[in-house]
Design a binder for this molecule. Structure first.
Ligand SMILES: [Zn+2]
Length: 99
């Protein structure tokens, strides 16, 4: 796995009078950090996804909801399995303490 390079967090604009957040995207062509300023409240510029508002149509939202099963380090299936096992463990503890 390629280790992520440390990117510059800020860029100076207008003859070093304005300091702005720098786009955190990596250029596919030059393999360098994008040189544009990030959009307000975003970590990337408009060309690297800053203008994206996500899926708009109903079909697109459904596709996105089914595609993104990973949140954090585990999948939904793994989370459900863990919840099921916790319930079983809780039942066993209840039986143990009631006996
Ligand atoms: Zn960019």
């Amino acid at each position: 796995m390629q280790q992520r390079k440390t990117f510059e967090s800020h860029i100076w604009l207008l003859a070093e009078r304005v300091r702005a957040h720098r786009c955190q995207a990596l250029s596919k062509r030059s393999k360098l950090q994008c040189g544009k300023a990030a959009l307000k409240g975003m970590s990337v510029c408009m060309f690297h996804g800053g203008k994206s508002t996500g899926p708009v149509s109903e079909d697109g939202r459904k596709r996105c909801a089914t595609a993104k099963t990973v949140h954090g380090y585990e999948t939904r299936a793994a989370r459900e399995y863990r919840a099921e096992k916790f319930k079983e463990m809780q039942e066993l503890f209840d039986r143990m303490y009631s006996a």
